[in-house]
Design a protein around this ligand. Structure first.
Ligand code: ZN
Length: 183
């Protein structure tokens, strides 16, 4: 095999792997679904149940759940659209992780929702408006994103660690617990 043939062969293999990768994990947004989510966010805003945000979770083309921001209606600061949709989807699918699901959010998720989305392990996330658009409307989560990168003692939330050993003992027990349900 000549040097040229060898490198062409390697390049071909790389391209094939890339093609397979993209065929297996295509990021193709369903614009109808996103438009529906945006419509939901508009309706939610006008019903005065919370902020102008909505999320839809879909699996294999089927809508599993919808969520709209319900913070003020439920007196629940965690009732962001994505969290509401994740809870409903997990209840419906009787699972604690959203394998194979796509999440459509009308806005780039805040740190809480992004964390929840990572824990839920969906296939993909699609979002419409950007964090900067939300910030202009008074929903500025940049502060939280910045806080997360700071050492604990530099955060504005007074935070103190205590009884580490006692709590860590429980964690050690978990490691060797034979009947645990891992997640
Ligand atoms: Zn959120």
């Amino acid at each position: 095999m000549t040097h040229y043939t060898k490198s062409a062969c390697i390049r071909g293999k790389v391209l094939l792997l890339l093609a397979l990768r993209y065929d297996l994990n295509p990021m193709i947004p369903n614009l109808e679904l996103m438009a529906k989510a945006i419509q939901l966010s508009h309706e939610s805003m006008n019903s005065l149940s919370g902020g102008p945000f909505a999320a839809i979770i879909v699996k294999d083309g089927e809508v599993i759940s919808e969520g709209t921001n319900s913070v003020t209606a439920w007196n629940d600061p965690t009732a962001h659209a994505e969290i509401v949709a994740i809870r409903r989807a997990c209840t419906k699918l009787q699972t604690f992780q959203l394998t194979g699901c796509d999440i459509y959010s009308t806005c780039e998720p805040c740190p809480m929702c992004l964390g929840a989305i990572y824990w839920a392990r969906p296939k993909a996330l699609y979002f419409a408006a950007e964090r900067t658009d939300a910030a202009q409307a008074g929903f500025d989560d940049r502060f939280i994103y910045e806080q997360l990168t700071l050492p604990v003692h530099e955060r504005t939330l007074p935070t103190m660690q205590t009884m580490r050993e006692e709590a860590a003992r429980v964690l050690k027990e978990w490691i060797s617990k034979p009947d645990k349900r891992e997640y």
